[in-house]
Design a binder for this molecule. Structure first.
Ligand SMILES: [Zn+2]
Length: 219
């Protein structure tokens, strides 16, 4: 595990929105004066994926290029995290609520982007248009580069974290798919294995992000 790079700026914390129950949704930024690349990592879309907190904490400690702007959303679904439920406080699966191919299902929301958590993520990504977005989920144990994302990004993650690559991933209503199809921003989905926080698995995925951010090029 790498030690923090103390030459880099310290983290700032800001709020990108609030949840249905009024909990703040935070973003953490490490932003140098001269930015070559901006990578956003979104964790905790589903509240029952309990490795999210340890993963976000680990991602914040990686060694990273001193011209990289790294943004981490540790917990997009703080109500679900608090209740330990997959869905948000209105029982909506946020990863079926994004406005690309929105599926009409009982848990996909009243309409596309009906949920404040979804809109908070959209606003962050629409206004920053980063060079890469990494969406972190659990427990399916694979990594996927969506259509417009270089395959080598998934290959790097796969090799370092020891998880298989899944090709041709598309998920209607998914945040990762919305970023790819609507924003045209490179988007990856990482599915960490295991249903509970697993220290070994967390460390491997943290190492994978560290390797990836050194390889990311401006989109
Ligand atoms: Zn998930």
């Amino acid at each position: 595990m790498a030690t923090p790079n103390h030459r880099l700026p310290t983290w700032t914390v800001a709020t990108i929105g609030t949840s249905v129950e009024g909990r703040p949704i935070e973003r953490l930024d490490s932003r140098p004066d001269r930015v070559r690349c901006h990578v956003v990592v979104v964790c905790g879309v589903h509240g029952d994926e309990r490795a999210a907190a340890d993963l976000a904490d680990g991602f914040g400690r990686i060694d990273r290029p001193d011209d990289l702007h790294l943004t981490i959303v540790p917990l997009l679904n703080p109500d679900g995290w608090s209740a330990e439920t997959r869905n948000n406080a209105r029982d909506v699966d946020l990863n079926r609520n994004f406005p690309w191919g929105w599926p009409r299902r009982p848990d996909s929301g009243a309409g596309p982007a009906s949920e404040p958590e979804t809109r908070a993520a959209m606003l962050l990504l629409e206004t920053t248009l980063p060079d890469l977005v990494v969406w972190v989920h659990q427990p399916l144990n694979y990594v996927a580069a969506l259509r417009g994302c270089p395959d080598r990004y998934a290959d790097i993650w796969s090799e370092v974290a020891g998880v298989p690559v899944r090709r041709n991933l598309v998920q209607v209503g998914g945040g990762e798919s919305w970023v790819d199809r609507r924003l045209g921003v490179p988007s990856m989905l990482v599915e960490v294995g295991g249903t509970l926080a697993d220290a070994a698995g967390v460390d491997a995925h943290v190492a994978a992000l560290e390797a990836l951010v050194s390889a990311v090029r401006p989109a």
